[in-house]
Design a binder for this molecule. Structure first.
Ligand SMILES: [Zn+2]
Ligand SMILES: [Zn+2]
Length: 60
């Protein structure tokens, strides 16, 4: 059982847990290609759920 790594969101500074498995919030959220490209170029690590949702909304 992967308990995940405690990380700090590079965008908003909120603490969150990244599991980097099938349940990771990075893949659990339905991001479009634009949002994924934006995250790839601006951040080398995952963001918290709130930020991922925000980015996916902004990149519609
Ligand atoms: Zn965040
Ligand atoms: Zn992750």
């Amino acid at each position: 059982m992967n308990e995940g790594i405690h990380k700090k969101c590079p965008r908003c500074g909120a603490p969150f847990v990244c599991t980097h498995d099938a349940l990771c919030q990075c893949v659990g959220i339905d991001l479009n290609e634009k949002a994924r490209a934006y995250l790839r170029t601006h951040y080398s690590d995952c963001l918290c759920r709130e930020c991922l949702l925000q980015v996916s909304r902004e990149m519609q």
